[in-house]
Write a protein that binds this ligand. Sequence first.
Ligand code: PGA
Length: 253
Amino acid sequence: MENLIAANWKMNPSSQKEAQEIFSALGGPASGWEGVEVVICPPFVYLPALAQSVGGFALGAQNCFWEEKGAFTGEISAAMLKDLRVEYVLIGHSERRKYFNETDELINKKIKKALEFGLKVIFCIGETAQKRDEGKKEEVLERQLRGGLAGIDNIKDVNIAYEPVWAISSGDPYKTKELPTTEKVKEISLFIKNLLAKIYNQETAEKIRIIYGGSANSENAQGYLKDAGMQGLLVGGASLSAEEFIKIIKSAE
Ligand code: PGA
């Protein structure tokens, strides 16, 4: 199984010119990586321009709507993404759960539609600091996982990103207060695998990539990949520097 290194640019950068600069800085050196799949998820508006020079990457979107088309002002459908040669979509990110009130039910509808249109999904789950401190981490993760995957029989195109909300940076991945230890992340990864085996079966669970996200950077990437045994990383802040992101990709090779 190849590692998956995905860049979540969030609402950055502020111009298409800058987006193209980061993208081309990654382009040359990053196109020949062995054993690692690299996905760049820029804001929607940059997708058409970046799709022209996508090279060795896959493109991903940061969201999509659960209906195919129609009177849904401001929304973007899975069909539109597919038409732009987008291969991946992030669904269930904690920032969308928090700022846009995305519930497990809505997330489930989005995952279903994305899969129906042949997109691969990076399905994000993660507990807040409050739930962690209340000892309800597993409960939250199980609710999110079961809710998001309800009624979905085939999850071969689903990747699970474990992103503890309290570890996500506000832009600078070197400025977090705390990070989960690799032991804790390994434990959670096993918990998720076991849950998937219960919902589906062992064979299916083995084939699903579980990746880590939350202040991942070139200094901690190895730890999460090697020691915690994660099958990839979802990188926010650190993916906006081509140099830093290339180092992270290298750790995943
Ligand atoms: P971060 O973001 O790497 O800046 O913490 C990760 C994410 O939110 O996907």
